[in-house]
Ligand binder design. Structure first.
Ligand SMILES: Nc1ncnc2c1ncn2[C@@H]1O[C@H](COP(=O)(O)OP(=O)(O)OP(=O)(O)O)[C@@H](O)[C@H]1O
Ligand SMILES: [K+]
Ligand SMILES: [Mg+2]
Length: 688
């Protein structure tokens, strides 16, 4: 269906592996590594062992150089495997960012002196454009910056940003007015009001995000990291105290050697939670990348993780569940008026209405009834707002209005002596029950008729809502539209619940209520009137086809404008949380085996009784320590594919999943090193 910009398919493709390898060494710089304190401590440990290796080469250290050398080598590898995993996770994003940069070529903009299609303009380089400048974009021009269409309508090719090759309509007035810099107009001309200064555009944000420049740790990540640092500190203190203890004990026993610095450092690294610390950054980055491959731009990792815990999804109707091009298809008279009268009044009420609905009414009046009119000189226009749900025009002392049924009836009532025909509710009902939007037309205090605005539900939406339901996520449609239309669309789309006649503040309130009840709330929307609700939601997904305010209030943008994308977002969110938990369990239960390998080896010469702990029957004390260090390093690349691809997601109840994972990774984490260290010990024994 959609053609994506050429990006490397696999994280392990050669053109990703090679730069990641170089990057892995660059990340060894302590100024970069300090973001991962546990790995920084391993780097310091590697440096120390490098020194003990140099000393043993010079014969100033009792230990054999092969031992100190191999320990040092594998400690360095432990750090490099970690930086390599992170670089691999960033790889595909960097490649895509590079191709985005290329598409952001030098553009010349036509800066208008007045915000009109035929006003004179100056040609200026795109970098000189500022917020609130107006530019003219004609066929085959590249749009020079982010903005809103304020006049005209055009076909735009957004492939550079979305990877989608089918052109989309961008027009002034409605919920499809936002344009993105770097995309190309392929037919017609538009006037665009620039909304972002150079360097702050959507493309810029996207590039810096996927390059990792703006990546912040999520609260979950920080919490886990604090735990890992605390564990590391504890093991550090243990190791620091072993040396004086062993010195004293060796003296008191009169035999045995005190524990060497190399062995202490090795012990420290083996006990510290290095496996999870090494893979922690890669897990989050890879998750964002997996979403990105699905054309979803997450502006924060926190939003994705919140999606893993979402229990309610609110969606707006028009433009989110439906295609959003509500078009007038019929004028229906009431109270003995004629169809032409309705068309006439509807036309007058829409002459200055720049929304797509308004324009479609003018078009229908012209095409079907041959009507047309110039905007009268004395006209005072009443623009549509989501608050009033009404729009119209006052001219020559006559008030023309059209709007939601209750709003229009309330308006004519407010004028005094209203004429609301008895057949109005019947007509409004008929249209609404079919899932269309009825707009009631009035001329002063007279209700003349009803406009039928049709909209179409996006394809394949029902089964995706069904899937959300099976994951325990409730879907609620909120719309400014009337009860009957809302009910009809809700039934067709198969959402769990709906709220009709909602004003922007109702959407906001509904979200707050759910949040106060302790639920994580996701909101999907496209309109300016959705922006406050989007800003309040924990997970706020804006359709890329939506308005600029909606896209700014959101923390996730779906380039494909598909409301059911939340399913993918939830899945990736859950995967990130699960992968992190699983690898932490694995990493910590690994320690059990390492105790059995290292402690007896280390203190055997002082306390021969410790031999009973040597259940693994490892070759020699040196080989035991070496094997533990090698295992500790090699387990990281072994787990990289799991960290990057994420734990396979299974829709099952959370508790069962938790127990299953604890069993697999907890027990696996204990068993794996017993087997691994024993095997490496045999290999080391054969080499010596
Ligand atoms: N141009 C217009 N002139 C007059 N009334 C309109 C116009 N456009 C919409 N309406 C009426 O106002 C109501 C609210 O419209 P609005 O687009 O704000 O709804 P919304 O909350 O965005 O809907 P949704 O949530 O379904 O997108 C519509 O249901 C319709 O009855
Ligand atoms: K470790
Ligand atoms: Mg809307």
């Amino acid at each position: 269906m959609s053609k994506h910009a050429p990006t490397p398919v696999s994280m392990f493709a050669p053109n990703i592996l090679r730069p990641a390898f170089v990057e892995a060494f660059r990340k060894l710089d302590p100024r970069m590594l300090w973001r991962n304190p546990v790995m920084l401590s391993v780097e310091v440990a590697s440096l120390i062992t490098l020194c003990t290796f140099a000393l043993s080469l010079a014969g100033k250290n009792g230990e054999p150089p092969f031992f100190t050398g191999l320990v040092s080598l594998f400690l360095w590898l432990t750090v490099i495997f970690s930086t390599f995993a992170e670089s691999l996770a960033e790889g595909r994003g960097k490649a895509r960012a590079a191709s985005l940069r290329k598409s952001r070529t030098e553009v010349t903009a036509k800066r208008l002196r007045r915000p009109e299609l035929d006003a004179p303009y100056d040609a200026v380089p795109a970098e000189q454009l500022r917020k609130d400048d107006y530019i003219l974009v004609e066929a085959h021009d590249m749009i020079a910056g982010d903005g809103d269409v304020v006049a005209g309508a055009a076909l735009v090719n957004e492939a550079a940003v979305t990877g989608e090759s089918a052109p989309v309509v961008r027009e002034s007035g409605g919920d499809r007015s936002a344009v993105t810099g770097g995309t190309e107009v392929i037919a017609n001309s538009i006037v665009v009001r620039i909304t972002a200064n150079p360097g702050e555009t959507f493309l810029d944000r996207m590039i810096s995000l996927i390059e990792g420049a703006k990546r912040r740790k999520t609260p979950n990540e920080i919490a886990l990291e604090v735990l890992l640092i605390a564990l590391t500190l504890v093991f550090f203190l243990v190791c620091v105290n072993i040396r004086p203890l062993s010195l004293y004990s060796a003296g008191a026993a009169g035999h045995g050697a005190p524990v060497s610095l190399t062995v202490l450092v090795a012990l420290f690294v083996c006990l510290a939670p290095t496996t999870i610390a090494a893979l922690l950054p890669a897990i989050g980055i890879a998750g964002m990348d997996r979403l990105f491959q699905k054309n979803v731009i997450a502006l924060s990792g926190r939003a994705i993780e919140a999606a893993g815990d979402v229990s309610v999804l609110l969606l707006d109707k028009t433009g989110t569940i439906t295609l959003g091009n509500r078009e007038a298809v019929e004028f229906v008279p009431v109270g003995g008026h004629t169809e032409t009268e309705v068309a006439q009044a509807a036309l007058m009420a829409s002459l200055s209405d720049e929304t797509p609905e308004g324009r479609s009414i003018v078009a229908l009046a012209r095409e079907k009834h041959g009507l047309g009119a110039e905007l009268p000189a004395d006209a005072r226009s009443v623009p549509f707002s989501a608050e009033t749900r009404l729009s119209g025009l006052d001219t020559a002392g006559v008030k023309y209005r059209k709007g939601a049924s209750d709003s229009t009836v309330a308006f004519v009532t407010s004028l005094g002596a209203p004429n609301v025909p008895a057949d109005l509710p019947v007509i409004v009902d008929r249209i609404a029950r079919a899932g269309a939007t009825p707009l009631v037309v009035s001329r002063d205090a007279d209700v003349i008729g009803v406009i039928n605005l049709k909209d179409i539900i996006k394809g394949g939406i029902q089964e995706r809502f069904q899937q959300l339901r099976s994951m325990g996520i409730k879907t609620v449609m909120i719309t400014g539209d009337n009860q009957l239309t809302a009910a009809a669309i809700a039934a067709e789309a198969q959402v769990d619940d709906f709220l009709a006649q909602a004003k922007p503040e109702d959407k906001l309130r509904l979200i707050r209520e759910h949040q106060e009840a302790g639920f994580m709330v996701a909101m999907t929307g496209d309109g300016t009137n959705d922006a406050p609700a989007l800003a309040q939601a924990d997970v706020a997904v804006a359709m890329n086809t939506g308005t600029q305010p909606a896209r700014e209030a959101a923390n996730i943008i779906d380039l494909d404008s598909n409301p059911t994308k939340l399913l993918d977002i939830v899945e990736v969110g859950k995967q990130i949380l699960m992968t992190r938990g699983n690898l932490t369990t694995f990493s910590i239960s690994n320690d059990v085996a390492k105790y059995f390998a290292i402690i007896p080896a280390m203190l055997l010469s002082i306390y021969p009784q410790l031999g009973v702990l040597n259940v693994m029957r490892l070759g020699s004390p040196l080989s035991a320590i070496l094997s533990a260090v090698i295992f500790n390093a090699l387990i990281i690349p072994f787990l990289v594919p799991l960290a990057l691809k994420g734990t396979k997601f299974r829709p099952m109840p959370a508790e069962r999943l938790l127990i299953r994972n604890l069993l697999v990774f907890g027990v696996g984490g204990v068993v794996a090193p017993f087997v691994g260290i024993k095997l490496i010990d045999i290999l080391v024994g054969m080499m010596l």
